[in-house]
Design a protein. Sequence first.
Length: 895
Amino acid sequence: MSLRVVQLKTEYVENPLGLDEKKPRLFWRLESEERGAAQSAYRILVASSEEALDREEGDQWDSGKIESDSSIQVTYGGKPLVSEGRYYWKVQVWDAQGRPSDWSETAFWTMGLLDRGEWKAGWIGRKTEPNANMQPSPFVRKSFAIDGQVARATVYATALGLYDLRVNGEKVGDLFAPGFTDYDKRVQVQTYDVTHLLKEGDNAVGAVLGDGWYCGTVGFLGSKVYGQRPFFLLQLHIELADGTKRIVATDSSWRTARGPILYSDMIKGEAYDARLELDGWDLPGFDDSGWEQPDVRPGYNGLLTASLEPPVRITQTMRPISVRRTEAGTYIYDMGQNMVGWTEVKVRGARGRKITLSHAEMLNPDGSLYLDNLRVAVQQDHYILKGEGLERYEPLFTFHGFRYVELIGYPGEADLDTIVGKVVHSDTPRTGRLETDDDRVNQLYSNIVWGQRGNFLSVPTDCPQRDERLGWTGDAQIFARTASYNMDVSRFFTKFMWDMIDAQQPSGAFTDVAPDAGWIRHKMWNTRLNWFAPDNAGWGDAGVVIPWTLYLMYGDTRILETHYDAMVRWVEYLKANSDELVRPNYANYGDWLSIDADTPNEVLATAYFAYSTKLLSRIAGVLGRTGDEAHYDGLFRDIAAAFRRAFVDGEGRIRGETQTVYVLALQFGLLEDGLRDKAIVRLTDNIRERGDRLSTGFLGVGYLLPALTDSGRLDVAYTLLTQEAFPSWMYSIKHGATTIWERWDGWTEHNGFQTPSMNSFNHYSLGSVGEWMFRYMAGIEADPARPGFRHTLIRPQPGGRLNEAKAEYRSLYGPVASEWKRSSDGSFRLAVRIPANATATVVVPGTGVQVDGRSVEEAASGQGWKLAERTTTAAVFEVGSGEYMFESVYGATRE
Ligand code: RAM
C-alpha cells in the first residue's frame, strides 16, 4: 500500500460547522514514502450517520470509483444537502499502480440554517443611555431548563455589532465575531457545537455586546456608520436523547443590563469598572429580576450568510523585554516587537483606583510614547479596581497597534511580570517558512509576517493603530500573493471578495476600500473626502487580482466562476471610461507613497487596465469561455498598443520615467521585444543613478524585483534587497523596525518622524517583496496550468550576498520545499521536497549537475525523476513526489 489519506477538509476547513454552500468542495492530502506517488482514482462516501459510513454505505453519496488524480477541490455530487444536516465522509484512493489505500479516517461537516424562515429569533438590544457618547456594552442573558438528556446542541449566532457568547459560564467562540461586513447587505452567522456545555436541569446562555464596526468608530468615517447600537441574534437548537427538539431563541423574554464595560470601541479603547461586575451573570440561578427587558428590532433586510472568515483569535502571548519607571511614576514597557492586540495586566490595590494602559508604536526622542500618528484614535484602556485581591484585566472589543505600553496609575511596584501582550488577528494557519544565512533578510521576512499578523483582522486592514484600519483594496491586491505564501488565506480572501462585491458600484467600479463603510453610498467621498474615487488604478483591480491569486495558490476555480460577471463589469467599466483605451488622468493615488518619483496617473491606470483585462482573458480560458478568452486577449493587445502609442517613445522611454512605469510595462507585458530591452536598460540606469536605490511606491514595489529578475538582472534585484541606504527595506531594519512601515521615510536620520497625519509603522504593502523571496529567491512557483501546486516550478535564483536560502510552503497537497546552499568552492546544493500526488519541474543552475550523488552524464533518469533539458547554465528535471538532492557547480561564475 503506497498512499495514506490524511487531513480531510471541507471548504478548506477540517470538520466545519454551519456551512451554507450547497455543493461543498472536498480536499484530502496524500502521504507516501515512495517517490513519484500519485493518485489514479478515488472513491468518496458521504453518509448521514457514522454507523452508515462504517458499513460503507454512502446513503448521501457514493461517488463510485472515479478515475481521477484530483485530491483537492472535489465537488460534492450527492443528494441535496438539508438545513442542519450532518454529513460524515471518508475517501479511499488508488495509486498509479492501481493499489488501493485504506479508507481515510472519518470527517464531517454540518449545514447551517439554510432557509430564512427557520430564523425564529428576534434581534435584541438594550436602549441607549441618554447623553452618553460611547455606550456601556450591554449584557444579555436567559436561563432555561432542559428536562432530559442532551444529545446535541448547536448555537447559531450573529450580531449587528460584536458579541461575546457564554454558555453556562463558559466562553464560546472567538473574538470580534461576527466580523466586518457591509451590515446593510450581509452579516455572517457563526455556528457552535455546545453539546458538552449543556446539562439536564437549569442552564444559562448570555452574551456581551460590542459596538464594533456596526456602530462604533470605523476608521476616520466616524461612528454609527451602520446603526445606532448593537443587536444580537441567537438560536440554540437542542435535541434530547429521546428525539425531542427545542429551540431557545433571543426574544423579549431575555434580560439585559449594563455591566462593567463603560465603553469599548475599536478605535477609542475601553474603560472597565470592575466594581460593576455582574458576578455569575452567565450562570444558571443568577437573579436577573432587576434586569431590563430588551427591545427587539423589527427585522433585518440583509443576508444572513454562513461565516466564511477564519476566526479572530489570540495566537501568541508576549512578555515585555524591558520596563522603565518614568519621573512621573509611570512605567514604560517595551514588548520587543511591534504587535497588534492588547495588554493584560495584573494588579492589587484599593477599590476605586484607576489604572491606564496606553499604547504606542514608537518612542519620542525623550523616551515618552509617540502618540502623534494615532490621529483621533485613543489606544488607551482604563481599569477601575474592585479592590478584592489579585485582579486581572484585558479588554474585550478593542485592539491596539503597539510596541510600547505605558502603565499609568499603578499601585505598588510594577515589573516584567505585571503585563503580557496578547497578539490578536484572523487565525489564518501559517503555511510559509523562509530563512537565509543573512540575519537582516531574515528580519525582513519576519517583519513581513508580523505586518500580516498585525493587519489581517477580519479584513485586510491597512494599519492597526490610527483611526483608519480599513480594507484598502490596493494594499490587499499587491500583498495577496505574499500573504498566501505566508498563511492559508483561502477563506479570508474568499470572504473579502464578497466585501468587494458588496461594495461594487452599479457602474461596475470596484472601490478603494471594502467594506466601503458607507463612504461611497453616503457620498462622503463627494463632500468630506472628495479626492477618494471609487475606481482607483491598482485598488479596484483587486477584484480581479485576488480571485486569480486564489486560483493560482489553491486551484480554486469556483471563485473565478462566482465572480466572473463582476470582473467583466469592472473591465467593461474601465473600457467605457477610457479614451481610445487610454485611461484618463483623474484623481487617484498614483504609485502611492513612492519616494521622490511621481508616476503619471494615466500611465498607471492604463497599465492596470491592461493587466486586469489580461487576467480576465486568462480567467475566461480557465473557465472554458473561449470566446471571452479571445475577446479579452484581443482587448489586452489593443490596450497595450494604445499604451505604447500614448506613452512610449522609440527609445523605450516611458512617460514619467519612474522605476514604476518600467516595472509595470515589463511585468504586464505591454512592450514588444525591441522596446523591452531598452526599457530594462532605462530601469537599471534609473536605479543606478539613484545610487542603487529604489523609488517605488505601493504599486511598483511588488513587481520591482520580479521585473528585474525576469529581465536577467538578478544582480540588481539582490542589490536592492540588501541595500541599507535610504530608501530601502533594510534602512528601517537598520533602525530597529520589527514590522513593515507604511512609508519608506516613516522615520529617517535626517528628518526624524514623517508627518504624523499619516505615518503607520505597521503596514504590509511595502512587504510585497515576500512574494519575490518565495517565487524567485527560493524558487517555489505555482504553475498556472496546474494550479494549487499540483505542479510546482522550482527554480531557485541564488545571488547577492546570500549563501543559503530555505523555504517551505505548505500547499493543499502538502509541503513543497526548496533549500539551497552555495559554498565558497563554487559548489551548489539544492534539496527539494514535493508532496504526494504533486509533481515539479526543477531547474538546477550550474554545470556538472548530479542527482542523488549521480551525475546526469551517467543516467538521465532515476526513481521519481527524469532529465528534461540541459543547457550550458542549467539542467531541468521533471520530478514526482519525494525528496531529492541536486548538486552542481555554480556561484563564482555569476557573481
Ligand atoms: C492610506 C493608506 C492606505 C492606502 C491609502 C491610499 O490611507 O496608506 O494603505 O491604500 O492611503
